[in-house]
Design a protein around this ligand. Structure first.
Ligand code: NAD
Ligand code: TYD
Length: 377
């Protein structure tokens, strides 16, 4: 009898949809694809389709009966409430954000709007919906807020990695807006009892990564023989995680995480930016042996540093590994190779996302960063 009951409840749980926000972006689209491939049930994707959102990322599931796309803004409270009422989700996974640090420096407004106001609108709607639930539906409802390690600020070379109790010290407008959103989520747990969880992840890389971020920008520029702009001395350290490993961590937290808890997500791959760019160049030398730009490392160009540039990020993921049993599957070497191979096989995708508005961004961000000679850095 118990087994039958468990069986029924399992089916009901799988049949209830989840809402994903920002599912047309880099991590969100990888998540939706992984979710559907794993047969985890229906997913409603709410996305505004900013410059970073691309429906092409989800073309392969556009006709899947388990996939529903809603074009809209997370700041639109009425729309969000209607999605909750219409679809009665068992969870919301909140990826939508303005996510690029350099853009936040040149134009912070959109970051405050989407990352803070948008998260507030989702929390408000989720709480109202949660209050209508009872019994098993109430028991299983979750709000999972996808955040970043950048809320913790910057580390000195010998500092221990960020853990869940590291004090918040955001340094960029992006990081500050994400920190604010994390604080809102925390307050909704403690004040209203909303069963929310936060994940703080390190830098991701992989397919569908918009070519304004370090790794896809370098792959894209190197293929065209364009300069590879390294900020400052290139000795800043990031802790890299393959995007599918991040998606699996989010699924693990959704399934096994405790409401009210925060989980740090990272792969233990600390690399300097210069090391990353040199590794990418070596991979391209190998995978594109007839490239006229070989050796690609000759394209490396030092440019003016990012203002307020955080020197080092590193994540301590022992809580997620120890308590919930998650482990990263890709090493940096295997993940980076897969990533370069994906970009080489998907040149059209890059062409489509690097049209008009992208060129304006490149001029705005890099136009004022003159190449800096090595001795004068
Ligand atoms: P992204 O910029 O590639 O995608 C963001 C998506 O959100 C896009 O599809 C965009 O259209 C959508 N969006 C933006 N504003 C919206 C709004 N107001 N309403 C609805 N949709 C909106 O971002 P990403 O790299 O995939 O990051 C996803 C999440 O993961 C973000 O919350 C980010 O802070 C977090 N994160 C990213 C990284 C990383 O390395 N990329 C690391 C840790 C955490
Ligand atoms: P980025 O991909 O923008 O991620 P984040 O700022 O969130 O860590 O940048 C990763 C690192 O690469 C960061 O230290 C800034 C540096 N960087 C460059 O050196 N050149 C570039 O053109 C870009 C976009 C980033």
């Amino acid at each position: 009898m118990d087994a039958v009951k468990a069986g029924i409840s399992q089916t009901a749980a799988t049949a209830a949809p989840v809402i994903v926000t920002g599912g047309a972006g880099f991590i969100g689209s990888n998540f939706v694809l992984e979710w559907l491939a794993a047969g985890k049930g229906p997913v409603i994707n709410l996305d505004k389709l900013t410059y970073a959102g691309n429906p092409e990322n989800l073309a392969s599931v556009a006709n899947d009966p388990n996939y529903t796309f809603v074009h809209g803004d997370i700041c639109d409270g009425e729309l969000v409430a209607k999605i909750f009422a219409d679809h009665k989700p068992r969870a919301i996974l909140h990826f939508a954000a303005e996510s690029h640090v350099d853009r936040s420096i040149l134009g912070p407004e959109a970051f405050l709007k989407t990352n803070i106001d948008g998260t507030f609108a989702l929390l408000k709607a989720a709480r109202a919906y949660y209050d209508t639930l009872a019994g098993e539906e109430k028991e299983r409802f979750r709000f999972l807020h996808v955040s970043t390690d950048e809320v913790y600020g910057t580390l000195e070379p010998e500092d221990p990695a960020f853990h869940e109790n590291t004090p918040y010290a955001p340094n960029s407008p992006y990081a500050a807006s994400k920190a604010a959103s994390d604080h809102l989520v925390r307050a909704w747990v403690h004040t209203y009892g909303l069963p929310a969880m936060i994940t703080n992840c390190s830098n991701n890389y992989g397919p569908h990564h918009f070519p304004e971020k370090l790794i896809p920008l370098m792959i894209s520029n190197a293929q065209k023989g364009k300069p590879l702009p390294v900020y400052g001395d290139g000795q800043q350290v990031r802790d890299w995680l393959y995007v599918v490993d991040h998606c699996k961590a989010i699924m693990t937290v959704l399934e096994k995480g405790k409401p009210g808890e925060t989980y740090n997500v990272g792969g233990g791959n600390q690399r300097t930016n210069l090391d990353v760019v040199n590794t990418l160049c070596a991979l391209l030398d190998e995978l594109v042996p007839d490239s006229p730009y070989k050796p690609h490392a000759q394209l490396i160009t030092y440019v003016a540093d990012r203002p307020g540039h955080d020197r080092r990020y590193a994540i301590d993921a022992r809580k997620l590994e120890g308590e919930l049993g998650w482990r990263a599957q890709e090493s940096f070497e295997t993940g980076l190779r897969k990533t370069v191979e994906w970009y080489l096989a998907n040149k059209e995708w890059v062409e489509h996302v690097t049209s008009g508005a992208y060129q304006q961004w490149m001029d705005k961000n890099y136009g004022s960063r003159e190449a800096v000679a090595e001795g004068t850095r």
